[in-house]
Design a binder for this molecule. Structure first.
Ligand code: FE2
Length: 373
């Protein structure tokens, strides 16, 4: 069982964060990606910026479900810097934006502690008010943008117009971003753990090494960093030596560097959410039915019917504080890179370590099918 690392409260949080503001993907075809997130994942059309709204060089579709906001951006021309990102990484996460009360101070505090600047504080305004944004680099080509929107009541950001769609599939019950996981290179996990600690004031929650997380073939190491109020959790993975290629190494090979591995999104009713997602064509990793035979011996009493969890492929894990239910999608683009986790927490504050073995064996079956094991 993991133990929460005790940390002494040493005063004020120099980087107070209210929550995840948005996650921006750079994609090859934002119009079609938006259709996928609406149809398959139940996101709602929120805002749009592109040639029709005076933005000449790119198009961005903004989707929302619960408190989760996704931005899907595509460039219009091959000499655009976004195109270089897509050429190298394929579709992937560029921005994990964080909602703050003071984006200028967030920039000052983090850059003076060593963060590499990405966006100097910039004030944008329209008839709905003022937004200040700034940004810093993190692992790979990924960045954090700080968004200060306390003086803004528009639909998303200045420059975006409301997106009124005629096609509006219903939501599937996704509520908020629970955590965002980064994959980094060999021997780089501690570099980035130190970055989040020193530059952003995060604390390490849980540590497990490759003895915890390994199967016969492939392994990884992982540490979880969280901000002061615990609303932002960033697990960081690096590959570990195994008999065959680590799933993290496969990611690094196809993403061509470090990047976001998965985004975990929370639901209050995982049975409903996963039933809907499956109906709409979302593909999940599945574990052998034997996983469910001794499930209750492993996790104790749970509210859900085991047969329903088994039919949907939902996994269960317990820690000192309660239990959680979780399931992982297959990658959502052709490269074996970004995927989603659907999670429902019933007290548990951990990340499903008890499921890693069953899960990684499932990932390895997929890796083997791709010829990458
Ligand atoms: Fe996760």
């Amino acid at each position: 069982m993991e133990t929460l690392q005790e940390d002494v409260q040493t005063g004020v949080d120099f980087l107070p964060i209210n929550g995840t503001d948005y996650i921006e993907f750079y994609v090859g075809n934002a119009k079609q990606a938006a259709y996928f997130y609406k149809s398959a994942f139940g996101f709602q059309s929120l805002a749009y910026a592109g040639p029709e709204t005076g933005v000449r060089d790119k198009a961005s579709y903004v989707l929302r479900q619960g408190k989760i906001t996704l931005v899907l951006t595509t460039p219009m021309h091959p000499n655009h810097p976004i195109y270089e990102h897509i050429l190298k990484h394929g579709d992937g996460v560029k921005v994990i934006a964080l909602w703050v009360d003071d984006a200028t101070d967030a920039f000052i505090q983090t850059t003076k502690r060593g963060a590499k600047p990405y966006l100097e504080p910039v004030t944008e305004k329209d008839e709905h008010g003022i937004v200040v944004r700034s940004g810093i680099h993190t692992y790979g080509d990924t960045v954090h943008v700080f968004v200060e929107r306390k003086n803004y009541n528009g639909v998303f950001l200045p420059g975006y117009e409301p997106w009124k769609a005629e096609y509006n599939p219903t939501e599937v019950g996704l509520k908020y971003v629970d955590h965002c996981v980064g994959n980094v290179g060999w021997n780089e996990m501690n570099v980035w753990v130190k970055f989040y600690a020193d530059v952003m004031g995060f604390k390490q929650l849980i540590s497990f090494d490759d003895k915890d997380i390994s199967t016969e073939y492939s392994a990884l190491m992982s540490k979880v960093m969280a901000n002061g109020n615990g609303r932002i959790k960033f697990p960081i993975n690096e590959p570990a030596e195994g008999k065959k290629k680590s799933q993290i190494e496969e990611y690094l090979d196809f993403y061509h560097g470090p990047g976001v591995q998965h985004i975990a999104v929370a639901t209050d009713d995982i049975i409903f959410t996963v039933s809907e997602l499956r109906k709409r064509g979302v593909e999940f990793l599945t574990v052998p039915v034997t996983y469910y035979e001794d499930l209750l011996d492993r996790v104790g009493k749970i509210d859900e019917e085991v047969s329903i969890l088994r039919d949907l492929g939902i996994l269960v894990d317990r820690d000192d504080e309660g239990y959680l239910l979780q399931i992982f999608t297959k990658p959502v683009q052709d490269r074996p890179t970004v995927f989603y986790e659907i999670i429902q927490r019933k007290g548990a504050t951990s990340f499903g370590k008890g499921n890693f073995k069953a899960l990684f064996e499932a990932i390895e079956r997929e890796q083997a099918r791709r010829g990458n094991l």
